[in-house]
Every structure is written in structure tokens, then in C-alpha cells.
Design a protein around this ligand. Structure first.
Ligand SMILES: *Cc1c(COP(=O)(O)O)cnc(C)c1O
Length: 413
């Protein structure tokens, strides 16, 4: 149906392509129900974004508590901080473990206390953060765990719990680029029935019908259907990315810059229908990308000095992209110089650790996060889109090898 990807653009993450058939209306479409095989929660609440899900969760908790701090990893999505600020709460930053995005347990223990309302661990790129340890520390301080599985719909912890099911509250994102997309959307759930009911009541209050926002999102979803293919992505993703990089704006290039206004509204029936039809293909798509990731990870691990983040024993993650750690910032930047503008799916995740986004400055307590900064400086992502064929993956392997060699030479002289 779509032109060959030969001259097309590879998206930075493996998103599920929409079919024309997905666009037909569907009476009584039940998107949460259609995803229940992956989430175990047919009663999950549908929200207009992952950020909106977090707003609903935080408002619900804040209504029943005088605690006002929310602890987040020093390296996570900047929208998490916007949601916290929107609710009138303060973000505390917990440094990460060395070479990883998950919170360092000793640092977390020191940060949590009688002011801590919630702790928000995040699973990035389908890799699971150790939520059990976070929950033990948070609960000892009387705080809740909100599990941010925005990038992990379909992943399971080692005990087979769904990615958003190990905390007190959990959320997924259905934004463009995160697997299954209704352009912007989210799912929200709580483990305890009483808390889940409280979330439902807050959602009903906070997410009102808003026909203009819904019209805009519906048109954007149509655009996503039309352009989420290698030739459309050149126009919609590749060209703006290269323009941003030419202007020395990496934050703009990865789409990390957000307005401080968080749209809050109800998702309409047509977008629910589109998501419900597409959801039927998601499990097979996740299996296909998992298989591709396995074989490519084996090859990447042969490059000396590169580390690829992987599942731990028993975990079953998802694979929108492969998350690579280079030996140092120099080799990472040399690799990006060769690959970022090539249209073959190599990019960065969030450009900065949270304290390094100027627009977040007033919203966070300036805790030092050296490991999170190191993670931002050394990491890069390789798309796991099925459109990234072996020829182009070979090009990536070769460029990574050259960047590593060049960096070694630079160090030797
Ligand atoms: C994208 C993302 C969010 C926010 O989800 P949206 O649906 O884009 O609002 C939150 N946390 C993480 C880790 C994300 O990647």
C-alpha cells in the first residue's frame, strides 16, 4: 500500500501503523477493554493523554492529603514535572543509578519523608524500572507509588504483573510514537477499588467534553494515519528535525519542548473506535518487534564499549527502540554526528536531565543529579521500527563502530 521505504524516513520509535479500516466508526467502542490482554485492566480509565492521567492521579491524592512533594527520577519525561506543577505540587528529583534511568534506592530513601505525597518511577523505552524497591521505600514513608508506564504498554514485570500494575496507581500513554496511538491519549488505573473509584470521580470532573479539542485531535489522528509511513514521515518528522538541528536546537528536534498548558478533556467516540480496532493488532506487533530487537541487540552488544539496556531475568519488556549507552559523551556525540540527520531512526530520548531544562526551573527543587546528567550525555536510541531494514541497520552498526574508534583515537592523542 505504501511506497517502499527506500528513500523514506524511519521513525525514532516503533509505532503501530493505522489501517484505513481502523477509521470506520464502531458503536460502543471499548478501548480499555480491547487492551485488557496487555494491561489486565478492562476497567482502566481513558484519558486525553498520559500527562492528563498523571494530573488526575495527583489531584486525587492531593485532595486526601496535606503532603505536597512528588519524587521523580532526575531523568524522565519533562511533562511529568509540568503535571506536578499544574497540581500545585513540588517536584523533588531523585538521582538515578549509575548508567541507568531508574532511581537510586539509597538516594530515594533519603529524599522521601512526611512531605512525600507520591513517588513516580518510569519505565523508559519498554525497559522496566524496579518498582518493588521503589514501593517498599515509598510505602515506608507513607507515600503512594504512581507507576509511569507511558512507554511500556504491553510490558510485564518479572512476576508477570502488567507494567502499570505494580504501583498503587499506574498509567500508560497512547500518544503518537508510543506504540498504539490515538494521537494523544492515556490509560489510568489504581490497584485498590476505592482509589480507582476516586480516580474515576476526579477524571469525570477534570476531563469535561470539549468539542474543539476533540476536533483538533481527530484531525491530527487523520494526519497520523496519512503520514505515519516512511514517505509521510520524511515530511512530518524528518524535515522539521533536520531544520531544528541546523539551528542548533536538539530539544526542538526530539520534541521535548512543551507549553505549560495541559489540555484536559474527554476522548470522543471516533478516536476510541480507531484505537479499539488498531488495538487488535498490537500484541502481534509487539511480538514482531520483540523478535527484531533480540537479534539486533545481540549484534550491538558485540561493539566494544557499548551497553544496551535489556530486560532483567523474567521480565518481558516492549521494544519501541533500543536504548544504548556509549562509553562517554564524546563517542555518543560522534555517533550522533554521523547518524542523527540520516533518517534511519537514530535519535536521543529526552535531551537533558530535568534540571537542565530552563523552562522547568521554577517547578523543581534543585537537587543534584550527576548520574541522571551522565545518562543524558551518554545515551542514544536506535529505532526498532519494522521499516528499519537490515541494510540500514548495517549502516548504523558501521557508524557506531567508527564513532567508537574515533573517540578512542581522540583519547589516545
Ligand atoms: C510521553 C511520556 C509521558 C507523557 O505522556 P503523554 O501521553 O505524551 O502526555 C509521561 N512519562 C513518560 C516517561 C513519557 O515518555
Amino acid at each position: 500500500m505504501h511506497p517502499s521505504p527506500e528513500h523514506g524516513e524511519i521513525p525514532p520509535t516503533a509505532g503501530l501503523q493505522l489501517d484505513a479500516g481502523d477509521l470506520r466508526p464502531l458503536r460502543g467502542a471499548d478501548l480499555a477493554g480491547a487492551l485488557a490482554a496487555l494491561t489486565d485492566r478492562p476497567d482502566a480509565l481513558l484519558t486525553c493523554s498520559g500527562t492528563a492521567a498523571l494530573v488526575v492521579a495527583l489531584q486525587t491524592l492531593a485532595e486526601h492529603s496535606s503532603r505536597r512533594e512528588v519524587v521523580v527520577p532526575g531523568y524522565t519525561c519533562p511533562l511529568v514535572v509540568l503535571a506536578i506543577a499544574h497540581c500545585g505540587l513540588r517536584a523533588r528529583l531523585c538521582d538515578t543509578r549509575p548508567g541507568h534511568f531508574e532511581m537510586d534506592p539509597a538516594t530515594l530513601e533519603a529524599l522521601t519523608g512526611p512531605q512525600t505525597l507520591a513517588v513516580v518511577p518510569a519505565h523508559l523505552g519498554g525497559r522496566l524500572a524496579d518498582t518493588e524497591t521503589v514501593a517498599r521505600i515509598a510505602h515506608a514513608a507513607g507515600a503512594c507509588v504512581i507507576e509511569d508506564a507511558a512507554q511500556a504498554l504491553g510490558a510485564r514485570h518479572a512476576d508477570a504483573t502488567a507494567a502499570a500494575g505494580a504501583g498503587d496507581i499506574g498509567l500508560y500513554s497512547l500518544a503518537a510514537g508510543k506504540g498504539l496511538s490515538i494521537y494523544e491519549g492515556g490509560l489510568l488505573m489504581a490497584a485498590e477499588p476505592a482509589l480507582h473509584e476516586a480516580l474515576r470521580l476526579t477524571a469525570r470532573k477534570v476531563l469535561a467534553r470539549h468539542p474543539l479539542w476533540e476536533l483538533r485531535r481527530s484531525l491530527e489522528l487523520l494526519g497520523y494515519w496519512a503520514l505515519y509511513n516512511p514517505s509521510g514521515l520524511r515530511l512530518a518528522y524528518g524535515m522539521p528535525l533536520r531544520r531544528a538541528l541546523r539551528h542548533g536546537d536538539p530539544v526542538g528536534a526530539v520534541g521535548d519542548r512543551f507549553g505549560s498548558n495541559i489540555p484536559l478533556h474527554r476522548v470522543g467516540p471516533w478516536r476510541r473506535a480507531v484505537g479499539t480496532r488498531a488495538a487488535a493488532r498490537l500484541p502481534a506487533f509487539l511480538d514482531q518487534t520483540r523478535e527484531q530487537a533480540r537479534s539486533r541487540m545481540t549484534r550491538l552488544k558485540q561493539l566494544p564499549g557499548i551497553e544496551v539496556l535489556d530486560d532483567r531475568d523474567g521480565e518481558q519488556g516492549t521494544w519501541p527502540y533500543l536504548l544504548l549507552m556509549m562509553p562517554d559523551e564524546c563517542s555518543r556525540d560522534l555517533a550522533l554526528e554521523r547518524l542523527w540527520t540520516r533518517g534511519i531512526g537514530v535519535s536521543r530520548l529526552f535531551v537533558h536531565a530535568l534540571p537542565d531544562y530552563p523552562e522547568l526551573a521554577g517547578m523543581i527543587v534543585p537537587d543534584a543529579v550527576p548520574n541522571a546528567r551522565d545518562f543524558a550525555a551518554r545515551s542514544l536510541t536506535v529505532s526498532n521500527s519494522p521499516w528499519l531494514d537490515d541494510t540500514r541497520f548495517d549502516t548504523i552498526m558501521e557508524a557506531l563502530g567508527m564513532a567508537l574508534a574515533e573517540a578512542r583515537q581522540g583519547r589516545a592523542t
